[in-house]
Design a protein around this ligand. Structure first.
Ligand code: EPZ
Length: 426
């Protein structure tokens, strides 16, 4: 079984170009089903979740071709509207295919693996949005089947109001609206940069859509889309950027991250600066340099929020950088119920941490020592690696499939930043 072997306690030094965003490429791969032509996606990261999405597209009857960080999808031959349980279980975020399949085929059927490592992952907001489009939803024993009763009134308009911000439900509503004639307005949508990237892609399909990143998204749907050849470049991954910045804060040293968008991670940069990191943003936000030369001090309380607040996905890696900060850092995790599983692993390094419901308390210690650890989930696993880089001696991190879902060869990326890390078979 593969593990990451990390010899920590040494400063990082190097430069790295950051991968394309997992949480942007997944909905855009689903959205390629709307285009009966050919879609070429550039800056597509090589991830386990992308592999599963390609298998889903091929199962649905699409032709795909991958060449490095470029993926071609020809959905002309789509001939299915279901996703088998096995594929659904491999990637929980496959639910984002629901809206695209429904929009294209008028029906969809997939299993809903209830929870994941982060706790229960309900889909009630997805289903209530689908019903606004005339979807007839059958939801029994974990299987969801939907049939669209498309009204003949092409001028029909609909209004979807989300009670809370949901990235996936917003994406499903956007994709369904594209192939539903009439005007759809979505209020209280998620405002993440990945939503704006999806809007950019849909505009290339010829869809009249506006408002992504604001409180109202408006879409003029049409009966069919055949935009021929459409090409799109995925935005940089802001959470991977936050992870490598946190690794440098944990280990110390000086690194440069390029092909990033600093605007997308302002709250993370703010907390790292509060802790004493020197951060320089260059090339109009396309490059970030971080230097950590002195012991860090604790940040002000960090409360995770929908964008533009502090991102829940950056909570675990940033917490790694707090383990040896002087003072106590308080985290409040408002988005997911079970997103502190990495704390028990941190304790193996000698961290002084504890949780009380949504709150995690990080009491900085003067040193950490290497340990055997196991990844509990995607971002928690990456956080263990960041923490191990600041710990003296050797650490091993196992159960790497979690990390491979969202980080393109994290060992090679960190090696490029000067870390003593290698993938070993044990
Ligand atoms: C997306 O998940 C991301 N995944 C997550 O990143 C990210 O943490 C999350 O958004 C929040 O930013 C992808 O984009 C593939 P939500 P998603 O719907 O869409 C509740 C990572 O590490 N909710 O915005 O599933 C839900 O329980 C992953 O890359 C409902 O109550 O998240 C949560 O508390 C982890 N009912 C909150 O909304 C619903 O129908 C936000 O979830 C849907 C969601």
């Amino acid at each position: 079984m593969e593990q990451l072997r990390i010899r920590g306690g040494r400063k990082l030094n190097g430069s790295l170009s950051v991968q394309g965003a997992k949480n942007s490429v997944l909905p855009i791969m689903a959205a390629s089903l709307l285009n009966r032509g050919i879609t070429i996606i550039h800056n597509c990261p090589k991830l386990r979740d992308v592999d599963v999405s390609i298998r889903i597209l091929e199962y649905l009857g699409c032709r795909t071709q991958r060449d490095g960080n470029r993926v071609m999808i020809d959905s002309g031959g789509m001939n299915r509207s279901d996703i088998p349980d096995k594929l659904m279980r491999e990637m929980r975020s496959s639910v984002v295919f629901l809206g695209a399949i429904l929009a294209r085929a008028g029906r969809a059927s997939l299993s809903m693996p209830g929870g994941c490592e982060l706790g229960p992952r309900p889909v009630d907001l997805h289903l209530s949005a689908i019903r606004e489009f005339g979807g007839d939803v059958e939801d029994s024993s974990g299987q969801i089947s939907v049939k669209l009763n498309r009204s003949c009134d092409a001028l029909a308009s609909r209004h979807i109001a989300f009670p809370i911000s949901s990235v996936g439900a917003t994406e499903n509503a956007m994709l369904l609206a594209c192939l539903t004639p009439g005007t759809t307005s979505i209020t209280n949508p998620a405002r993440e940069p990945e939503i704006s990237d999806l809007q950019g892609f849909l505009r290339k399909l010829g869809i009249r859509i506006s408002g992504a990143g604001t409180g109202i998204i408006t879409i003029e749907g049409q009966p069919e889309i055949d935009s021929g050849l459409v090409e799109h470049r995925i935005i940089p991954d802001r959470i991977v950027t936050a992870t490598y910045l946190s690794a440098a804060a944990s280990a110390g040293g000086h690194i440069e991250l390029t092909d990033v968008n600093a605007e997308h991670l302002e709250p993370v940069i703010g907390s790292l600066r509060e802790m004493g990191c020197e951060i320089e943003i260059k090339r109009g936000g396309g490059s970030i340099e971080i230097t950590r030369s002195r012991p860090l001090h604790a940040a002000r309380p960090i409360s995770t929020k929908p964008y533009p607040g502090f991102p829940t996905d950056a909570q675990p890696p940033l917490m790694a950088a707090c383990l040896m900060a002087q003072g106590t850092t308080v985290f409040i995790e408002n988005i997911f119920e079970n997103r502190y599983r990495h704390l028990d692993e941190f304790k193996r390094l000698g961290a002084d941490v504890f949780t009380e419901g949504k709150i995690a308390i990080i009491c900085g210690v003067s040193r950490l020592t290497g340990a055997e650890m196991q990844a509990t989930d995607l971002r928690g696993g990456a956080a263990l690696v960041a923490a191990a880089l600041g710990a003296e001696g050797e650490s091993n991190v196992g159960i790497l499939h979690h990390i491979e879902r969202g980080y393109e060869r994290i060992d090679l990326a960190l090696k490029a930043l000067g870390a003593d890390i290698e993938l070993v078979d044990v």
